[in-house]
Design a protein around this ligand. Structure first.
Ligand code: ZN
Length: 674
């Protein structure tokens, strides 16, 4: 049987039974009720043995809770909640669907069963062990009574919140094969103990330096391999973890290391020399003033902005990386999968090559254990095309941006102005569009409304100005044609569609959205957010299948690739967790990201999650209406969806979806110029 808790519903009168049951109601209770559970969670985090005993006594009526009254009340309230929710048939079914809590009647008494996932993970973990050659294969088999299948299913579901490993149904014909593999690994352990394993496995106990650019990413990756040990070299923190066969030292460069120099070289054009008809960009270490935060690239050690001398030099980072690289067998560079990340990788490669030539690039589009493992397995060389693209882009920044900004400063006498390689053409585009708009014949927007039903309204545009500029307009529906069509969902987000939609819906600036998305990526919740691809990988389809079949039913899932080829992917969640589940897992401490998650992170995640899940759902059948309406003397056509016959993805995503009211032929409407 699966490990489980079992509580008599009539005897919920201690800290353990009340907290274990009520915490699992978290996402079903009202916000006010959830506060009682929050209190219980915070109590459990800090309470001493004596404090727990005191609450237990108070719950049995044997003592007064005294200064713990606030918590005592929360427990009382939580117990009431459990009893109320679980005695309500409908709510109970809803809660049981999650699989975390199952109610059983036995001999007239109601019992709560709760799968005990932590115990299971601990126990099944003992079937394998770490040794110098890796992790041994182990098998953990659960035999469950048919009646207890819901408990097993709950266990499997909750297990997936902690670990990515999938569950498999045991097939007898495979058992022998599995046992053989287990025995092979055990033989290896024996060899290791006798010190003879090196003859069997090549490259035993290898060590690698794993370099990323962000400290959050470094910490997230380190946490995949248990509790990492840390050591500090100067300002740099190194996380040390082991996979058994591979010891990883994980460090962050904290952004770029080198940049085009800002020094005047004599014959240069903003850091680029022209030599015999070739352009030669000159790079140097990046420096940062700790007094004013200014970042610069120059041979001087004085801050060009504030004159301060407290300057940190990225050459220090390189020195540390060299020291670390000299200790390991190989270097793996896991910077972001784009030209910027490739350029950082290239710089690191050039700086470390004299120390350790075994340097590889590992590319991953989501920070999950599986993706990191795959990337290590499929390591590659640095892509020079991507590096060259970044170098040219950076030179353009200088040549166009620097030169234009200086022009702006001299014309407008303000050094706060800047113009760039991207902003400038966009500004030109905006000016052109504005000029174009001015030449257009203005449109009149009219709100048509049914005289009998105020809610029945429709906005239409008329190209010419109508004679009547204010007051009532008479309108008559002439023809109506209704057609049943299939409506497909939109593809998942790319960077540009995410930015425009999130800006409109969440009312956030693009910098804010990108920085929230960077956080979500680095803590492993979404795929890389700088992408122009809508492609969905196998992993993405799997995440969608898992969520959609549970939330809506298997028949609502329609896998869609949205494009082929390339390593790049759409922006999507990496786990089948909707927002409620995410909040639940955060509150209960099951998911513990390395940064604090804010409300804005959650709002952006919610948007990404919904759009992606919708993109993997079956089409909807909708009624599509085309109508001809006569407004005074002007005849116009109006079309749009008027009814969803069978709902599918609109249950989860309906941004930008406008409905037109159903119109009848010869129906009279009243118009108003807006
Ligand atoms: Zn400064």
């Amino acid at each position: 049987g699966s490990p489980r808790f079992k509580f008599n519903l009539r005897e919920l009168n201690d800290v353990s039974s009340i907290s274990t049951t009520s915490i699992r109601l978290y996402r079903h209770v009202s916000e006010e009720e959830a506060r009682a559970i929050d209190l219980i969670i915070s109590f459990l985090k800090r309470a001493s043995r004596n404090e727990i005993d005191l609450i237990n006594k108070a719950l049995r009526g044997e003592a007064s809770p005294g200064r713990l009254e606030k918590f005592y009340n929360a427990f009382i309230k939580a117990r009431e909640m459990v009893l109320t929710y679980l005695s309500d048939e409908e709510k109970r079914k809803e809660i049981e669907k999650e699989g975390e809590l199952i109610i059983r009647r036995e001999n007239g008494v109601l019992y709560v069963y709760i799968p005990d996932t932590r115990t299971y993970i601990q126990a099944s973990g003992r079937t394998s062990r770490t040794y110098v050659g890796g992790i041994t294969r182990g098998i953990s088999i659960i035999l469950e009574r048919p009646n207890d299948r819901p408990i097993l299913e709950g266990l499997m579901r909750v297990f997936r919140y902690y670990l990515e490993e999938p569950w498999e149904e045991l097939r007898e014909d495979r058992l022998e094969d599995e046992i053989r593999k287990v025995n092979e690994d055990r033989d290896l352990v024996k060899l290791a103990k006798e010190g003879r394993i090196a003859t069997r496995i090549k490259g035993i106990g290898r060590t690698a330096l794993f370099i990323v650019e962000s400290p959050n990413k470094a910490r997230t990756i380190a946490n995949f391999y248990g509790r990492p040990s840390r050591r500090a070299i100067g300002d740099i923190i190194v996380y040390e973890v082991t996979r058994g066969d591979l010891f990883l030292n994980i460090v962050a460069t904290v952004g770029h290391i080198m940049d085009l120099t800002m020094d005047t070289l004599g014959d240069d054009i903003y850091g680029v020399l022209k030599l015999n008809g070739a352009f030669l960009p000159v790079y140097n270490y990046i420096k940062r003033c700790t007094d004013c935060g200014y970042q610069f690239t120059s041979t001087t050690d004085k801050c060009p902005r504030c004159g301060g001398v407290n300057v940190v030099n990225k050459s220090e980072t390189v020195r540390t990386l060299r020291e670390l690289a000299s200790e390991v067998d190989e270097v793996l560079i896991g910077t972001d999968p784009d030209p910027e990340g490739e350029k950082i990788a290239w710089d690191v490669y050039n700086m470390l090559r004299p120390i350790n030539p075994n340097i590889y690039r590992v590319e991953f589009h989501e920070v999950t254990k599986k993706a990191i493992e795959d990337a290590i397995k499929h390591r590659r060389r640095i892509n020079k095309d991507l590096v060259n693209a970044q170098i040219v882009r950076r030179i353009e920044d200088r040549w166009i941006g620097f030169a234009l900004s200086q022009k702006l400063w001299s014309v407008f006498k303000s050094r706060n102005l800047s113009a760039g390689r991207v902003q400038t053409p966009v500004l030109g585009w905006i000016i052109a569009r504005t000029e174009e708009a001015k030449r257009k014949v203005p449109k009149t927007i009219i709100l048509l409304q049914s005289p009998h039903d105020e809610a029945k309204r429709i906005r239409v545009e008329v190209s010419k100005r109508l004679g009547v500029k204010s007051g009532r307009l008479e309108a008559l529906v002439r023809e109506v044609e209704v057609q049943e069509i299939e409506k497909n969902p939109l593809p998942p987000y790319t960077t540009d569609t995410l930015l425009s939609e999130a800006a409109a819906v969440l009312k956030m600036g693009v910098n804010k959205i990108m920085s929230l998305a960077q956080d979500l990526f680095e803590i492993g919740l979404i795929t890389y957010h700088r992408t122009d691809s809508t492609r969905v990988s196998d992993k993405g389809l799997e995440v969608a299948r898992e969520y959609i079949s549970r939330a809506f039913g298997e028949n609502y899932f329609k896998p869609r690739r949205w494009g082929e080829g390339g390593a790049h992917e759409c922006i999507r969640p990496t786990k089948p967790w909707d927002t409620r589940t995410l909040i639940d897992l955060l509150k209960r401490g099951i998911f513990t990201p390395v940064i604090e998650i804010t409300r804005d992170h959650i709002r952006l995640y919610d948007l990404i999650f919904r759009r992606f899940m919708a993109s993997q759902m079956i089409p909807e059948r909708v009624l599509y209406q085309k109508a001809r309406i006569l407004i005074e003397t002007e005849s116009i056509e109006v079309e749009g969806e008027c009814e969803i016959l069978e709902k599918s993805f609109s249950q989860i995503y309906s941004i930008g979806r406008r409905k037109v009211p159903k119109l009848e032929p010869n129906e009279r409407l009243i118009g108003k110029v807006l």
